[in-house]
Ligand binder design. Structure first.
Ligand code: HEM
Length: 447
């Protein structure tokens, strides 16, 4: 009982000192889902001495992301994991600073603006696919990462990456593993010590910084008047007449760059995987694309005529949500029914857990795009399905990501079919995002 008679959520005790740290490290998804199954919609547990709470009821998710939003900050864990790379970018900044930056950036993500990017998205997909030879085997996750990287730099920053994309993919994967490993490790040496891992992390970070600073400097030195996001950020003035410092520009650019390509690449990668595993759904998608588009590229106006494509995307984001967990910390006591969480706890809500809850999704483990065709989205309680988060900190790039995913799937599915390499095991690895641990090796077949 808390001092005012409220209860603290029940949950597993785990190991002395470590709590659930080891279980979460070895099998994060299974551990989260298992706790929700065993202890219910609100679970209290600890990991490495830090008290955490997992919420798995739509009303609680709404409380966390929308209704009690003002009492909550992003969790220190999130900041520890992505902060070293993203600095004070939109994803983790707080308070007035965050509000001002969000207001500044929002217009660039307006639907009319985002729709202007459509031709570039399709062009990048078709250009990228030119390298593919019918019958060859490729890691489709790596391919999608390169494709969305190119889309991000061309649309958001009005430039091109050309040769850097392999290096960026490697750097991102290493840094995600490294920062997450540091955040989860009970014993770690300071980042400044010259261990091989620390030295490589410093090198990869420098590489990413150099790339971002190059983009910024190219845009600064550009002579043509531009209208893209980076130009907007550079021109923006604070009330006192100052502009963003080089560091702030770097942080926002890096944030959009990382948040803008990694997640979308994953939604595409999981799409090809799930379609190859579900030939019936793939056939329905092909039939719809053929009927509506007949081989031509999709435009934003076509998308409302492609309900099955929408359903496929919704279903992919349900089963393999690229952002699989949300973490907040409460600045004051937070109430969830008869429970009270004292300040300073990490409060979690997992898309992976909620999206596979049989109370809201029949046969939750099955890939069934059809479930979305008869208005399920409107029937679901708010908080049951939230691949893009919710509330004031909902993903700013949601429209951008959905447009890109739909256009790229429409473009590539009309030309190719991807088949999983026999024996290749596809294992979701929950790093910062939900990635395929060993990639997704697929045979590319021309249609
Ligand atoms: C399928 C693709 C994507 C998914 C699943 C996704 C998911 C999310 C989620 C769940 C959040 C909320 C995080 C939280 O509240 O803690 C978020 C925030 C954010 N996303 Fe996305 N995202 C995607 C694509 C994008 C794209 C394309 C961009 C930019 C071009 C982007 C930029 C951001 C930014 C800047 C934030 C922070 C917003 C704020 O706090 O004000 N995301 N995203």
């Amino acid at each position: 009982m808390t001092p005012n008679g409220k209860r603290y959520p029940p949950g597993p005790r785990g190991l002395p000192l470590l709590g659930l740290a080891l279980a979460l490290r070895n099998d994060p998804l299974g551990t989260l889902a298992g706790m929700a199954r065993e202890y219910g919609d609100i679970v209290g547990f600890s990991a490495l001495g830090m008290q955490r709470v997992l919420l798995s009821r739509p009303e609680y998710v709404q409380q966390l992301l929308v209704l009690q939003h003002a009492k909550l900050n992003k969790s220190p864990l999130t900041k520890q994991v992505v902060g070293p790379l993203l600095g004070q970018g939109l994803l983790i900044s707080e308070g007035d600073f965050w509000r001002r930056q969000r207001r500044l950036m929002q217009p660039a993500f307006h639907r009319t603006r985002t729709n202007e990017y459509a031709p570039v998205m399709v062009e990048c997909a078709l250009e990228h696919a030119k390298q593919w030879r019918g019958g060859e085997m490729r890691d489709i996750a790596a391919e999608m990462m390169k494709l969305t990287l190119e889309v991000a730099v061309r649309t958001l920053f009005g430039t091109s990456l050309a040769s850097d994309s392999d290096g960026i993919g490697r750097a991102m994967t290493f840094l995600m593993r490294y920062y997450l490993w540091r955040a989860r490790s009970p014993w770690r040496v300071p980042a400044s010590w010259p261990t091989p891992a620390n030295r490589r992390a410093a090198r990869e970070r420098e590489f990413m910084d150099a790339m971002v600073y190059r983009i910024i400097s190219e845009r600064k030195n550009g002579t043509q008047p531009r209208n893209d996001l980076l130009t907007l950020l550079m021109a923006a003035m604070h009330e006192d007449g100052t502009q963003m410092t080089e560091q702030q520009l770097r942080d926002e650019t890096m944030t959009l760059f990382v948040a803008g390509h990694e997640t979308t690449a994953l939604s595409l990668s999981w799409t090809w995987y799930l379609l190859s595993e579900n030939p019936g759904a793939e056939k329905s998608l092909h039939a719809e694309l053929q009927n509506v588009l007949g081989g031509r590229a999709a435009e934003p106006a076509d998308l409302e005529k492609l309900p099955y494509l929408h359903a496929v995307v919704n279903e992919v984001l349900r089963l393999y949500p690229p952002a699989f967990i949300m973490a907040r910390t409460n600045l004051e006591p937070a109430q969830f029914d008869e429970y009270e969480i004292p300040p300073g706890r990490t409060i979690l809500s997992s898309q992976w857990v909620m999206h596979r809850d049989a109370r809201y999704f029949a046969e939750p483990e099955k890939f069934r795009p059809e479930r979305w065709l008869d208005g399920l989205m409107d029937r679901l309680p708010a908080g049951a399905y939230f691949p893009f988060g919710d509330g004031p900190r909902r993903c700013i790039g949601q429209g951008f990501a959905l447009l890109e995913t739909a256009l790229v799937v429409a473009a590539l599915a009309q030309r190719f079919q991807f088949r999983l390499e026999p024996g290749h095991s596809v294992v979701p690895e929950p790093l910062v995002t939900l990635r395929p641990k060993y990639g997704i090796r697929m045979r590319i077949e021309a249609r």
